[in-house]
Ligand binder design. Structure first.
Ligand code: ADP
Ligand code: ADP
Length: 226
């Protein structure tokens, strides 16, 4: 469970709030869209979840852990529970699809036999089992995003955060990506998607939290893009 308890963030003391008195609870296995114009505070909220930054005031608790208490040893362990997906995919272009995904397991010291099995399984899940020897630049944008999703979930995170995952994709590929995130969510992973993509938000009818000027404007179950 994720609990923002009166969380505010000020980057620069002379400036205004990036987030102001945010109160949100997100239960395990929820699917949440985060919307709001540029500068609204979406990235700040995501960075707080990743514990890249900490609240100026208030508390953010994720699965019982107050993120402000994380440090040296506990921070990497905490981050392992969070999968990240970005608009620009961020795959390693000098590594194959297989190597890109396997790498995420190698750095955790997984045995190569387990890596082989899990990479195969996750490639099946994203529907790209025939692309393991390809390099990212040989794939379409939609395929690259599916690989980045495979990489993000390979270590079975409890939380998957997608920051504008469909920003570089056409409508058809965007729907495919969002359906994939929905399928992963239905296996129990909490999914948070920050987006400007009106079409996918309206199609999915999930919880929609709208942020504007650092404050929550609305928080609606089965919401639409507003
Ligand atoms: P969004 O992701 O919705 O576009 P952000 O969270 O990036 O919004 O930004 C919210 C506010 O915080 C904006 O006014 C932005 O200029 C400010 N901001 C974001 N990052 C920084 C930073 N590193 N230093 C100072 N101000 C920042
Ligand atoms: P089903 O709905 O029949 O379980 P899926 O295509 O959704 O089939 O899943 C295919 C396989 O991927 C399943 O064996 C499932 O356990 C596995 N899987 C599901 N979620 C993840 C995940 N986050 N990381 C790795 N493997 C997963």
């Amino acid at each position: 469970m994720i609990v923002f308890n009166d969380v505010s963030k000020i980057y620069d003391k002379k400036k205004s709030y990036a987030l102001k008195n945010i109160n949100i609870t997100i239960d395990d296995s929820e699917f949440v869209f985060l919307i709001g114009s540029s500068g609204a505070g979406k990235s700040t909220l995501i960075k707080l979840l990743q514990s890249e930054i900490t609240p100026t005031s208030g508390n953010l608790t994720v699965n019982g852990i107050n993120t402000s208490t994380l440090s040296g040893r506990t921070l990497p362990k905490y981050r392992r529970k969070i999968g990240m997906i970005f608009q620009d995919f961020r795959l390693l272009n000098n590594k194959t699809v297989y190597e890109n995904i396997a790498f995420a397991m190698e750095i955790l010291g997984s045995p190569s036999k387990v890596i082989k099995k899990d990479v195969k399984q996750v490639l099946e899940l994203v529907g790209l089992e025939n692309k393991e020897k390809s390099y990212p630049n040989e794939l379409s944008g939609g395929e690259q995003q599916r690989i980045s999703i495979a990489r993000a979930i390979i270590n079975r995170p409890s939380l998957l955060i997608a920051d504008e995952p469909t920003g570089n994709l056409d409508a058809k590929n965007s729907m495919q990506i969002i359906n994939l995130l929905d399928a992963i969510n239905s296996h129990g992973t909490t999914v948070i998607v920050a987006t400007h993509d009106k079409e996918i938000v309206n199609k999915m009818e999930k919880r929609v939290i709208k942020i504007e000027n650092g404050e929550i404007l609305s928080d609606i179950q089965k919401g639409k893009y507003i």
